[in-house]
Design a binder for this molecule. Structure first.
Ligand code: PMV
Length: 318
């Protein structure tokens, strides 16, 4: 055991992006690939020496930071001085599948590594962040934290707990302009939803495996679209993907109604992330050839809608 080196810098500020899952939520937990993209919404954390013991703003993040510090100490095999002021700021929607928790884990891991070790190594940041993500989600695939660390468009696959592979996708075909419609914060957490699917799988492995396998096929088609290797309809893939997620049971009836309305006006949409069953299902990725129609539909439904820039940079020092 050794004392981690004394403070290297007086203040460290790091930011990391949120993400969307273009395709592959849930099936990624069972070894199928997923395609994720970082977004232009970020979370930052600032760490500063303090004369008092640990203070965290906002206060609800205190417990996570404390546990995160223990994970960090384990990773670097040393003890750290906890007389710190830790401050988070974010414009990522919380608890709606936009990767807010991953951005929190990634930025905290990166800031601690920089502050105490003067290190900046994406592989190390991602690996510490993955351990922190387990605090939020139990048994995450690791796709969210990897996307928040590296940014861009990622093809990601978890073969096993210790073996995950990913590759940046060098996009050859432009993705149509997408929007996010906020259906609201689900009552269930990501952990609940992953457990729900696990339970379904246990009860009916054949049926669920078939759905997961079809989701895997859709992900492969998305990849072929992005690489311009096959002519496929992007809105068609979004729609098919959504219908398989509905079959899986991770989209609530109120969210399905919103998505049917988007389809009725000629658009297509899918949830992004773990979803939700009884209330809302988080953000919906939506496309329409005429965005004005999408915006006025969202307005009529009283839902927030915002534009998205995908593939923005990963974790960085501010
Ligand atoms: O809801 P989110 O953004 O945390 O995404 C969860 C995606 C799942 O595939 C359901 C779980 C995971 O760990 O990949």
């Amino acid at each position: 055991m050794f004392e981690v080196s004394k403070k290297i810098m007086s203040v460290v500020k790091v930011s990391a992006p949120g993400k969307i899952i273009l395709t592959g939520e849930h099936s990624v937990v069972y070894g199928y690939p997923a395609i994720l993209a970082s977004v232009d919404k970020r979370l930052s954390v600032q760490i500063q020496k303090s004369t008092k013991s640990l203070t965290v703003a906002p206060a609800f993040a205190h417990g996570f930071v404390k546990k995160g510090m223990r994970i960090f100490e384990k990773a670097v095999d040393g003890k750290i001085n906890r007389n710190l002021r830790v401050k988070f700021e974010s414009n990522i929607l919380i608890g709606r599948g936009m990767g807010s928790s991953a951005a929190t884990s990634v930025s905290l891991a990166a800031a601690l590594l920089k502050y105490f070790r003067n290190e900046w190594n994406l592989k190390e940041i991602n690996s510490v962040a993955y351990e922190m993500e387990k605090l939020h989600h139990g048994n995450p695939s690791g796709g969210d934290n990897t996307t928040s660390t590296y940014g861009g468009f990622l093809w990601f696959r978890k073969e096993s707990e210790k073996f995950k592979i990913f590759s940046e996708i060098n996009i050859k075909k432009k993705i149509p302009r997408l929007f996010l419609v906020d259906s609201g914060k689900p009552k269930e957490t990501t952990k609940d939803m992953v457990f729900f699917v696990k339970d379904l799988y246990k009860k009916n492995p054949k049926k669920i495996e078939k759905i997961l396998c079809e989701l895997g096929d859709i992900t492969n088609l998305f990849l072929k679209y992005l690489l311009k290797e096959e002519r496929v309809s992007f809105p068609g893939l979004l729609r098919e993907n959504e219908h398989m997620l509905e079959k899986l049971g991770v989209v609530s009836s109120s969210t399905k109604k919103v998505i049917r309305k988007i389809e009725d006006i000629g658009g297509s949409a899918k949830i992004s992330g773990a979803g939700g069953k009884t209330g809302a299902s988080g953000v919906i990725i939506a496309y329409h050839s005429n965005p004005v129609r999408l915006k006025s539909l969202a307005k009529n439904l009283g839902l927030n809608i915002f534009g998205l820039k995908l593939g923005k940079g990963g974790v960085k020092l501010e």
